[in-house]
Design a binder for this molecule. Structure first.
Ligand code: EPZ
Length: 424
């Protein structure tokens, strides 16, 4: 297994860039199942989770290839005729990445049946898919849960009004992908408003779907009989952008993150400004200039456009170095403080009580061997290592590789003392 070794090395300076968005790429790659033929997706990040999604599509009968050379982030997917698609997503793939459940909607809509392993939970929570299934049932799918698999069948899905009990990003995406081929009109109420949901709707409309309202809490879909393949460049990753901005903030640096979209990160940008950082749009990116030490701020995670849960761990790392005390409330997942114990090992003063963490800043961090437990927790430990005195070794960085394309290379390009090593 790989580990990342970081040594505090002063302020990060210079220019880097955000890769394509993981949480847009995953549903978009799954949506290829909706249209037979040759799809081409650009700006597809080279991530473990993307590789897993392509493996799932391969298991279903869709071959794919990543073009090499300068266009290395281009993925081509061949979707065969319906008869050649085996609509079964196996457990060994789904268990490595729960977002594989995103093939469920497209499979039922286009092939009339699907057998997808239940994704199971992960480190940050139980992560049920009851809302996904509620939406598909409302569209007329018959759903059975047998031997840990979801079996779904439908002759032809029929449009319906679906009101989610809670806001779910992939639940909205799964139902949206099913509705585009349903007969008649579908209303998705209490829909997720993340930029990645809007991007998926953009791609589906390019394929011939008729969707309006994506990005608001009511999405309207008028079903069509067929869709056609698409060539699309995926938006950049707002969470990677935010992570790189925090790398500048935690080291008192001055960094420009290119290919970044400020509108996708408003809540994070406002919080970083509240800590005393200057954040400005510059060309096709976002520049952050940080004071030597930031100020404490309180954070509450919420669905978009609120503060994203995927940035909570990274801000916590920053706030351990702040002047003053911050209160962080995690409202989305039940167990997303796994990074707290590891940050404490580095000398951070954090106490947690249920969904709330109190971060007393200023103690100064010291390098230590720490362990990554989930994707964003691993990023927060690397960030803390950038500021800590001495050496920090973050083990189990396969968690990091799920969602960040060569993070250590990007940080090194900004002057960080960071390298990847092979551990036993
Ligand atoms: C998406 O996960 C993202 N993943 C997550 O990013 C992100 O943290 C999350 O949205 C919230 O923004 C992808 O887009 C691939 P949810 P998702 O359904 O869709 C509960 C990362 O770090 N819920 O919006 O699985 C659920 O348990 C990852 O990139 C139900 O109860 O999240 C959670 O408490 C981590 N029943 C809340 O809703 C359901 O049927 C929000 O979950 C579905 C969800």
């Amino acid at each position: 297994m790989d580990a990342i070794v970081v040594k505090g090395n002063g302020p990060l300076e210079g220019e880097t860039y955000a890769s394509g968005a993981k949480n847009a790429a995953l549903p978009i790659l799954a949506s290829a199942l909706l249209a037979q033929g040759e799809h081409q997706f650009r700006n597809v990040p080279g991530l473990a989770d993307v590789h897993t999604m392509l493996q799932v599509l391969g298991a279903l009968g869709c071959d794919s290839q990543r073009l090499s050379g300068k266009s290395k982030n281009v993925v081509q997917i061949h979707v065969p005729a319906p008869g050649k698609v085996l609509p079964e997503a196996p457990y060994d793939l789904v268990k490595t990445m729960r977002a594989s459940v995103l093939v469920l909607g497209p499979l039922v809509a286009r092939y009339g049946r699907a057998r997808v392993s239940m994704p199971g939970g992960c480190a940050i929570g139980a992560r049920p898919i009851d809302q996904h299934l509620k939406g598909l049932k409302a569209l007329g799918a018959e759903i059975e849960l047998t031997e840990g698999y979801v079996e779904a069948r439908a002759k032809r899905l029929k449009g319906a009004t679906i009101t989610f009990d809670l806001v779910t990003v992939t639940g909205t995406e799964n139902v949206l992908m099913a509705a585009v081929l349903a007969k008649g009109r579908t209303l998705i109420e209490n829909a997720a408003k993340e930029p990645e949901v809007e991007e998926l709707a953009r791609v589906l409309n390019k394929m011939g779907a008729r969707i309006s309202g994506a990005g608001s809490d009511v999405i309207t879909v008028d079903g069509v009989d067929a869709l056609h393949p698409v060539d699309h460049a995926i938006i950049s990753d707002r969470i990677e952008t935010g992570t790189l901005l925090v790398a500048a903030a935690i080291t008192g640096g001055n960094v420009l993150v290119r290919h970044a979209v400020p509108e996708h990160l408003e809540a994070v940008i406002q919080k970083l400004r509240q800590t005393g950082c200057t954040v400005t749009s510059e060309g096709d990116g976002i520049r952050l200039k940080a004071p030597a030490r930031v100020q404490a701020v309180d954070i509450k995670t919420h669905e978009h456009p609120g503060f994203p849960t995927d940035m909570q761990a990274q801000l916590m790392a920053l706030l351990t170095t702040a002047q003053g005390t911050s209160v962080i409330t995690e409202n989305i997942f039940e167990n997303r403080f796994m990074h707290v114990a590891e940050l404490r090992r580095m000398g951070a003063d954090i106490t947690t009580d249920g969904h709330t963490a109190v971060v007393r800043g200023g103690a100064g961090l010291s390098g230590a061997p720490v362990m990554a437990t989930d994707l964003r927790a691993s990023a927060s430990l690397v960030l803390a290592g950038l500021r800590a005195e001495g050496k920090t070794t973050v083990s189990r960085v396969y968690h990091l590789d799920r969602g960040y394309e060569q993070l250590e290379k990007k940080l090194k390009g900004l002057g960080a003392n960071v390298r990847r090593i092979k551990e036993r």
